[in-house]
Write a protein that binds this ligand. Structure first.
Ligand code: CTP
Length: 403
C-alpha cells in the first residue's frame, strides 16, 4: 500500500505545455488510492481540457472562483480546498506562477488556494532552458524553498522549443515516486522499528486438536497498518488468522503457539523502539501433546494444563529503550485491574477493553478503549472502527515518545 493511499491531493495545473502530462499524473495518484482535486489556472485550459482531468480525477475541476452560468451563486471555496488537502502539488509550475507564489498574488483560484493551503506544497517547474536558468527563476525557486515548499527538480532532455537542457517537467511517475519518498522519510516513525503481536495462539492437544480463542487479529493488523503509514519498519508477529498484509513495510511472521510467539518476540524485541502486544495469548497449554490423535472413550477426559510464558511480562522485565504497550481485556474492576497489569508487566501504556462495552473486543470491526499511561493519566475514547482506534493509540504513543 502506498503512503498516498487515502490522501487528499490538490493538484494545481498551470499554463505550460507539460500540462498534458498531468493526465498521467492524476491517473498515477488515483491508482495509488489518493483522492484528487484539480485546480487549473484559466490559461492552462488551452493545454489540457478540464473534461480530461475531471474524468480521470472523478471530481469536478475548478479554475474560477464561481461559475457565471450557475444561478445558485455557489462559489468554489479556496479556503475549504486548502483545508481539505493533505498535500498540494503544483505541476507544471510555470515561471509566472512561481513568481506569483513568491509575492503572494491571489489573482486566480489556484493562487488563492495555494495561499490557503496549510499542508506541504510540492512544485514541479517546467519551462524552457533559458527561462529556467534565469537568475529571477532561480531566485524564486530558492525563495519558495525557504517558505517550506518542496522543489521537484525538472529533468534534462529535449524541450518543446527544440532546445536541449534542463527545464522539462519531471515525468509523472518520477513526481509520484519523489512525493512518496519525501512523505516516508518525513513521517514521524521513519527509521523506527515497531513490533506488534496479533491474533490468537493455538495450543496443541494432539495432531488435530488445539485450545484457541476467538481473536480475529483485526486490532493488531490495524495497528501494523497505522505504524507502516507513519513510516515505521513493522514486525508483525501473528497467530493463526485469515487476515492479509499488503504494505511492504510490514514484515510478517506467522506463529501458532504461545511458545512460538515468545521465540519470535525475543528475536525482535531488543532493537525495537516501540512494542505493542495486541495478541490474545493462551494463558494455559496442555502439559503434554499426544503424539497420536486421542481416541474417543466413554469416560471423562482430563487434560492437564500448565501456564504459558507471559510474553509481555518477559519483555517488560528486560525493557530498555522500548516504549511498551499492552492490552487488557476486563469484565470487572476494569481500571484497577488494568493499572495493576501496567505496573506488574512494567508497561508504558495499557489499552483497556471492557467486555461490558457493546461493540468492543474480539471479532468486531469496532472497539472502545481507555488508555492508561505510566503516570496514571486515563483517557477514554468513544466506540470507533479498529482503524480509527489504531490512529488514536499511535497519536498517544507519538505524544509520549516525542516522535
Ligand atoms: N500477554 C502475553 N503473553 C501471555 C498472556 C498475555 O504477551 N501469555 C499479553 C497480551 O498480549 C496483552 C496483555 O498481556 O497485551 C494482557 O493479557 P491478559 O491475558 O489480559 O492478562 P493476564 O496477565 O493474563 O491476566 P488475566 O488473564 O488474569 O486477566
Amino acid at each position: 500500500m502506498s503512503v498516498l493511499s487515502g490522501k487528499n491531493i490538490l493538484l494545481g495545473v498551470t499554463a505550460g505545455i507539460a500540462a498534458y502530462k498531468t493526465a498521467y499524473l492524476v491517473r498515477h495518484f488515483i491508482k495509488k488510492g489518493a483522492n484528487v482535486q484539480v485546480v487549473m489556472t484559466p490559461a492552462s485550459k488551452d493545454f489540457i481540457t478540464p473534461l480530461t482531468l475531471s474524468t480521470l480525477s472523478k471530481n469536478p475541476v475548478f479554475s474560477t472562483f464561481f461559475d457565471k452560468e450557475d444561478e445558485s451563486g455557489l462559489w468554489h471555496s479556496h479556503v475549504d480546498m486548502g483545508l481539505w488537502a493533505d498535500l498540494m502539488v503544483i505541476a507544471p509550475a510555470t515561471a509566472n506562477t512561481m513568481s506569483k507564489m513568491v509575492k503572494g498574488n491571489a489573482d486566480n483560484l489556484l493562487m488563492a488556494t495555494y495561499l490557503s493551503a496549510k499542508c506541504p506544497v510540492f512544485f514541479a517547474p517546467a519551462m524552457d532552458l533559458d527561462m529556467f536558468k534565469h537568475p529571477s527563476t532561480q531566485l524564486n525557486i530558492d525563495e519558495l524553498k525557504s517558505y517550506g515548499n518542496i522543489f521537484i527538480p525538472p529533468a534534462s532532455g529535449e524541450l518543446a522549443s527544440g532546445l536541449y537542457g534542463e527545464g522539462r517537467m519531471a515525468e509523472p511517475e518520477d513526481i509520484v515516486a519523489f512525493i512518496e519518498d519525501y512523505l516516508i522519510k518525513n513521517a514521524p516513525l521513519y527509521g523506527k522499528k515497531v513490533m506488534i503481536t496479533a491474533g490468537p495462539t493455538y495450543e496443541a492437544i494432539d495432531p488435530v486438536r488445539f485450545i484457541g480463542n476467538h481473536s480475529s487479529g483485526k486490532m493488531g493488523f490495524a495497528l501494523a497498518n497505522e505504524a507502516a503509514k507513519l513510516g515505521a519498519e513493522v514486525i508483525l508477529i501473528t497467530g493463526p488468522t485469515a487476515l492479509v498484509t499488503v504494505n511492504p513495510s510490514i514484515k510478517r511472521t506467522d506463529v501458532t503457539s504461545a511458545d512460538d510467539m515468545y521465540q519470535a518476540v525475543h528475536q525482535n524485541f531488543n532493537d525495537s523502539d516501540i512494542a505493542i502486544f495486541a495478541a490474545a495469548v493462551a494463558d494455559y497449554k496442555p502439559k503434554t501433546v499426544a503424539g497420536q490423535k486421542i481416541k474417543k472413550k466413554d469416560t471423562v477426559l482430563n487434560i492437564d494444563l500448565e501456564p504459558t510464558q507471559d510474553i509481555l511480562a518477559s519483555a517488560g522485565a528486560i525493557k530498555k529503550q522500548q516504549f511498551l504497550v499492552g492490552f487488557a481485556l476486563e469484565t470487572n474492576d476494569e481500571l484497577k485491574n488494568a493499572q495493576g497489569k501496567l505496573k506488574r508487566k512494567n508497561l508504558d501504556l495499557i489499552v483497556l477493553n471492557s467486555l461490558r462495552d457493546k461493540g468492543a473486543g474480539f471479532k468486531s470491526d469496532t472497539n472502545k478503549i481507555t488508555l492508561i499511561d505510566r503516570g496514571g493519566e486515563v483517557r477514554e475514547f468513544s466506540l470507533k472502527s479498529k482503524d480509527e482506534v489504531a490512529t488514536d493509540i499511535f497519536n498517544v504513543i507519538l505524544e509520549k515518545t516525542d516522535a
